[in-house]
Design a protein. Sequence first.
Length: 123
Amino acid sequence: MLKREMQKFKKLLLAESEHLLQGIRTIGKDTLEAANAEVAMDLSSFAESGTDTNDRETAMRLASGESQMLRDVSEALDRIDEGTYGKCITCNKEIAKKRLEVFPAAKRCIECESRHEKEMNHR
Ligand SMILES: [Zn+2]
């Protein structure tokens, strides 16, 4: 993907994360006491590093919904910085531009995403 195009998606992602953070702050007041922006950002490393099953389950539960989306957005921003943005994390092929325009945080191509969703539903 061209640098110029990445910058365009970066703007979209930054706007998206701003929007999600606002949503999380609103939810946080009532339901997720600890769900501030910092916690949401830290959840991904927490979920991955936690060896304790309970910790991991808690992290996974917290990471649901908007926090999960925020995580996807922040990972996409990382991939822009690394220059790997726009490639499927599963098969490494370019993700269709149309898909990225609708869903800039997409990390898998349509084929891999639908396979992934099927696997998730089988759990
Ligand atoms: Zn793929």
